[in-house]
Design a protein around this ligand. Structure first.
Ligand SMILES: NC(=O)c1ccc[n+]([C@@H]2O[C@H](COP(=O)([O-])OP(=O)(O)OC[C@H]3O[C@@H](n4cnc5c(N)ncnc54)[C@H](OP(=O)(O)O)[C@@H]3O)[C@@H](O)[C@H]2O)c1
Length: 430
């Protein structure tokens, strides 16, 4: 049988795109052996065609007109690596309308306009691969969609943003502030000049939406995900956590309880013994809990050109195989319309550090406030005395809304000088 060559048209050739081109070039023979086909990049749209990219491509393949890629009748597969919602959305829809399957690494597109692109792909029976959109080189989408298709996933807890994990690791190891750790992350290239998408949790929220959508068969969009970033995490929080045997991480959590989905991104204390606690620096990990499979953890490099390119090329090979065999991989899995639980209705455990007046009756006054809101205290202790007096609480599982109301009411009490620190606690009571 003659080995077929499929022609790939790329939209974007930056960090990931360039790594995809190199990988296809360097592993071309391996891919041919494994998949019985070759992938040739024959058209590439970029903004600047003059730039020297030092890639094994003829300069004539480059164009500034993305539609010259998506609409080129000689292109078999379109690989979208531009990023952002527009023009990526219109270009992907254009490629699908032209009958071309698509591979993308674009979490923003899928978490905000996923329905448009999945519907377009589904209507035409075309593949849409997006393994690289969540946690770069870590295989997650196929394991969730395929390997775990027979499982009921209860909960996904992920460290899915390398920048924030690097910053929190630095704060924890060096005792530095958030601003100092962020400056360091920028200097080392772990954070962008504008770090908003990472530190405010937007990047993690988009990934959380994608994971929740697949795990719970319901369209969850980025706007459905409750989001808090790490800018308010203090060295005090980290030190308190360490003293109590916890580590502070930015977590993306997607869980299904009583047929309602909770999707949220926020910093949280997790026990130092939890598998996610040992995920340091810019690494990512996703912890999946299922009814029968128990606990699974996927760990690795969640970003970077080369790791992400492996996921893109894996998808390209899958799509190419389907083109050759006439197959069609699993498309949109959002077959249900489960309710999204508002953050106030979720349940969690909380850590609260209050600066208080050091006089008789203060603890009773504060405990009374907890009790009136139905928040029960698991542990409480006093540290320091006089003007330095601090009360530290860890609650049992409580409703988020009731806990937040308690904190607001505590702020009003004359015996409470300040709410020094407040963090959710994950991975303890279940
Ligand atoms: N970087 C990572 O580690 C990583 C990890 C996982 C997923 N992703 C995702 O992968 C995608 C690509 O990320 P990246 O880091 O490779 O981005 P990047 O380095 O900024 O590259 C973007 C590419 O798109 C081209 N481009 C931008 N606007 C265009 C337009 N209107 N028409 C044609 N070309 C255009 C740029 O052209 P020029 O080269 O001429 O500027 C550049 O080649 C994003 O969706 C991102 O979220 C990235």
């Amino acid at each position: 049988m003659t080995e077929r060559t499929l022609r790939v048209g790329m939209l974007g050739c930056g960090t990931v795109g360039a790594a995809v081109v190199r990988l296809l070039h360097e592993h071309g023979d391996d891919i041919a052996r494994r998949a019985d086909l070759r992938l040739a990049v024959t058209r590439v749209a970029v903004r600047d065609v003059e730039r020297d990219r030092d890639l094994p491509l003829d300069p004539s393949v480059f164009t500034t007109d993305p539609e010259a890629v998506t609409l080129d009748p000689d292109i078999d597969i379109v690989c979208e690596l531009i990023g952002g919602i527009e023009p990526a959305r219109s270009l992907v829809l254009g490629a699908l309308a032209a009958g071309k399957p698509v591979v993308t690494a674009n979490k923003e597109l899928l978490a905000n306009a996923g329905k448009d692109v999945f519907d377009a792909a589904g209507d035409r029976g075309l593949d849409l691969g997006f393994e690289a959109a969540v946690a770069g080189g870590i295989p997650l989408i196929k394991p969730l969609k395929e390997s775990l298709a027979g499982e009921r996933v209860d909960r996904i807890t992920g460290i899915v943003n390398g920048t924030t994990n690097y910053i929190l690791t630095e704060m924890s190891d060096q005792g530095v502030t958030f601003d100092e750790a962020l400056a360091d992350a920028k200097r080392l290239g772990y954070a962008e000049a504008d770090p908003t998408a990472d530190v405010d949790g937007f990047d993690a929220a988009a990934k959380c939406a994608i994971l929740a959508s697949i795990a719970f068969n319901t369209r969850v969009v980025a706007g459905d995900v409750y989001r808090e970033g790490i800018a308010r995490v203090t060295p005090q929080d980290i030190a308190d956590a360490a003293r109590l045997g916890y580590v502070v991480k930015l977590l993306a959590i997607a869980e299904l309880e009583d047929e309602a989905i909770s999707a949220r991104v926020h910093p949280a204390m997790i026990p130092a013994t939890h598998p996610l606690a040992s995920v340091r620096d810019a690494f990512n990990a996703v912890f999946i809990e299922g009814a029968r499979v128990g606990q699974l953890m996927f760990y690795g490099r969640g970003a970077g050109g080369d790791p992400t390119a492996t996921a893109v090329v894996g998808d390209l090979i899958d799509v190419a195989r389907d083109l050759v065999t006439g197959g069609w991989s699993i498309g949109c899995t959002c077959s249900l319309d489960r309710r999204i639980r508002p953050m106030g209705d979720t349940r969690g455990q909380y850590y609260l550090n209050l600066h208080v007046e050091d006089r008789p009756g203060v603890l009773a006054e504060i405990a009374d406030q907890f009790g009136r809101n139905g928040v029960s205290i698991e542990r409480v202790w006093q540290e320091g005395s006089g003007n330095e007096a601090t009360l530290v609480f860890i609650t049992h599982l409580a409703q988020e809304g009731a806990f937040q109301k308690t904190v607001e009411e505590l702020r009003e009490l004359s015996c409470v000088r300040a709410v020094a620190s407040l963090l959710r606690v994950e991975g303890e009571e279940g």
